[in-house]
Design a protein around this ligand. Sequence first.
Ligand SMILES: [Zn+2]
Ligand SMILES: [Zn+2]
Length: 426
Amino acid sequence: MRTLVVLLLLALPLAAQSIDDRVSKELPRLVETFKALHTAPELSTQEAKSSALVASRLREFGYEVTERVGKYTDTDATCYGVVAVMKNGKGPTLMIRSDMDALPVEEQTGLAYASANKGVMHACGHDIHMTTLIGTAQVLAGMRDKWHGTLVLIGQPAEEVVKGAEAMLRDGLYERFPRPDFVIAVHDNASLAAGTIGYTPGYLMAAADSINLTIRGMGGHGASPEKTKDPVVMASEVVLALQTLVSRENSPLDPVVITVGSIHGGTKRNIIPDQVQLLLTVRTYKPEVRKRVLDGIQRVARGVAITNGLPDDRMPVFEHLTGESIGATYNDPALTERMVAAVSKEIGAANVIKIDPLMVSEDFSLYSLDHKIPAVMLNLGAVDPARVASGEPLPSLHSSKFVAVPEGTIRTGVRAVVASAVDLLR
Ligand SMILES: [Zn+2]
Ligand SMILES: [Zn+2]
């Protein structure tokens, strides 16, 4: 009995601690962790050291950790997925995801802790995500009296090449480990001030499709076009005609982007080549719009070929690179609303800002299994508030000059995710 009283007394100051108090206590070490991760970025599918660091820290906080979870289609490649589980009585299961990979970018921030891995940089802030996951893990492990259920924390590799989520699911993420009732994540935002959280109910990020379109012609002498079918002229027609899929066939209320980012054909000014290759990225939200636009690209290319009198066996070749393509990121509206309420209570409603959807892409929504599991990704402000206020142009994500301001971003990230978790695991 006396021991119990002593224990209760000891527990009192802990119970009275706010989430922010707990984060404050861990912040210096978290900032150090962030800087260490920022200095040592690893490219997609090569996250050996980053995943080992995440795994060892989560293990230290008492989680049951499994490493190398995930199977790529290339079975020779190691998948560095990390899964950490903490069971804390009866209740729902919440999965929190961080990605871990960096980008092939030469860092130009001039920071003391800039990348020491030449040509590789955490330019998308996945170093912030890992740090937030570690901080969240620690704070939640320290306040087990405030939540009930099961926590599944995952470190996902290969987000930038949209292969990691798929690989982890393929390896039995939801069979070998508890299947979540909710999935949440944060992604840093390069235009929001540190200290704020951005949210978007519904579509947050676009579907991305990589298309290779080969326009075939019949080559010959540049001085005798009448004896050829010129694929350079046809490719030019196609590039322009594709934009009418956006402007004339699509509702202006449904965002679509068709970008021809590379056009390649020919070797010499007086030779008409046999073919020209176009490399496209296509962005859409709704599945029906996505399908219509992809079908339309094939139709337009074929139409141009027919107009130019090409025979059937020289029709354009349409190649959809499904391994490089991904569906839209969709935030479950009800779960978004619940999280916004919880986060607003924690960091103040004025710091929780509704933001516009983005046309960039993510593989996070795969964890929702086609909207069967409610999933939400919040945006985490990562910019010095004074810089945002000044209105100066800010480097975007993937820029060689982008880096999050550590303290404010990490503090807000951990507070927001912990507050959401405590609310969801009641
Ligand atoms: Zn990115
Ligand atoms: Zn990212």
